[in-house]
Ligand binder design. Structure first.
Ligand SMILES: Cc1ncc(COP(=O)(O)O)c(C=O)c1O
Length: 420
């Protein structure tokens, strides 16, 4: 496999390719194919960008029809038919169906763009510059989002101080600490040294943070804390939205309504760059053009995003996630955890993490990921010191392929543990 052109000419910043050193050609459903014709099962899912499967045939057909019709491809934020149809579908079939009421902002096309918009707007609405974020959070790599992101390696790349964020311990870090009472104390105590924030940013499941699932009661307490203190609750659904947790929005399990919601990745339906920032109508105080950009509202992605919602509803993807989530959990509990009593499991829906932190030396999870690749499975790591093997297959994966992928993880864990 010749990878020299990448090694010679592509920037050293490249990352995922270092774990999967082959050259890919095609992908379908939950499988990748490389130049040698080797097939890999995909438990990585474009970091959550292809929940409805690679080259999903329903969405593909809509895209081909649109391309062949000479549909407009670039229109900045001008009014277009694909934008109208996406907005109508999203408002009717996703928001109203759940009793939610948001206006939709189209920022630039990536997750970090959606969070930058949310951050700017929250500060503008509340007239405060501090925001709260949780330790273990990942919200993106541009300066504003990076200031909310906690991992040292990413922050180091900033080159300037990342300011105006107060980090709050995530609830799993100190189980004996009531983090909501802690935040209240920070605000009430005139000697805390902490300023009142405009907003609290959080993921309801910290994905890059190591598959840390926050329970419904805690999320409800956070909602109340935000209401009581006039603070906006911003929920980042970039990775765990679009049914990953078993409901379209991951916050639905708590019955709460955030003030601002950010989405990207699978909202683009087909792996196309697309992001949205959902805003409670009374917070939409943007002036025209105040947050601008050339690639807001990619037309092809509007087509794919609308088709993605239709597909998700027709194929009852939420139900599929609940059922396949049970298969994943049962398999890991019965077949993988017994391989070593130091292994732990966390997750919900179809996002699961096998924790290797208690098995020395540092890097065992990385070895498992490498071994999985050798054995024909694409899977990634997460968490502190990358100690978690993160399972995130496309939501539409067939049960046979799912079981094959799980069996590869078991075999790979066995091989790595045997060689320690
Ligand atoms: C929760 C969360 N927010 C934001 C982002 C940033 O998204 P993007 O890489 O598209 O900028 C990510 C990326 O993994 C994410 O997981």
């Amino acid at each position: 496999m010749n990878t020299s052109v990448f090694e010679n000419y592509e920037s050293e910043v490249r990352s995922y390719c270092r774990h999967f050193p082959t050259v890919f050609t095609k992908a379908k459903g939950a499988s990748f194919f490389d130049e040698d014709g080797r097939q890999y099962i995909d438990f990585f899912c474009g970091a959550g960008a292809v929940n409805y499967g690679h080259n999903n045939p329903y969405i593909q057909k809509k895209l081909i029809e649109y391309l062949e019709s000479d549909g407009i491809m670039h229109a900045l934020d001008m009014y277009t038919v694909p934008k109208r149809e996406f907005i109508e579908t999203f408002e009717e079939k996703v928001l109203k169906a759940r009793g939610l009421n948001y206006k939709i902002q189209f920022p630039g096309p990536t997750g970090t763009n959606a969070n930058e918009a949310a951050l700017k707007l929250a500060r503008k609405v509340k007239g405060r510059n501090i925001v709260f974020a949780l330790m273990g959070a990942f919200h993106g790599m541009t300066l504003g989002s990076l200031s909310l992101t906690t991992d040292k390696a990413s922050r180091k790349g900033a080159g300037v101080p990342l300011d105006y964020v107060t980090f709050i311990p995530a609830p799993y870090m100190f189980p004996e600490l009531d983090t909501v009472a802690y935040m209240q104390r920070l605000l009430d105590d005139d000697h805390s040294g902490v300023e009142k924030p405009a907003a609290l940013f959080l993921e309801t499941i910290q994905a890059e943070g190591g598959i840390q699932v926050f329970d419904a009661e805690w999320l409800q307490a956070v909602r109340k804390f935000c209401d009581d203190n006039d603070i906006l609750m911003v929920v980042d659904e970039v990775q765990v939205g679009c049914c990953r947790s078993g409901t379209f929005f991951s916050f639905e399990r708590a019955g709460i309504q955030p003030d601002i919601v950010t989405m990207s990745k699978s909202i683009g339906g087909y792996g196309l760059p697309f992001a949205i920032t959902l805003i409670k109508p009374e917070l939409d105080i943007w002036k025209p053009g105040e947050h601008n950009g050339t690639f807001r509202g990619n037309q092809l992605a509007f087509v794919a995003a609308k088709a993605g919602i239709e597909y998700m509803l027709d194929e009852k993807v939420e139900e599929q996630v609940v059922n396949k989530g049970k298969i994943i959990k049962a398999y890991i509990e019965q077949e993988i955890l017994p391989l070593d009593s130091r292994l732990q499991l966390r997750g919900i829906g179809m996002i699961w993490g096998i924790e290797f932190e208690n098995i020395p030396p540092v890097g065992v999870a990385d070895q498992v990921i490498e071994k999985c690749f050798e054995n024909g499975l694409i899977i990634e790591g997460a968490g502190r010191k990358n100690s978690v093997v993160k399972l995130m297959p496309p939501l539409v994966i067939g049960e046979e392929e799912l079981n094959k992928g799980l069996a590869i993880i078991k075999k790979s864990v066995q091989e790595v543990l045997a060689a320690l």
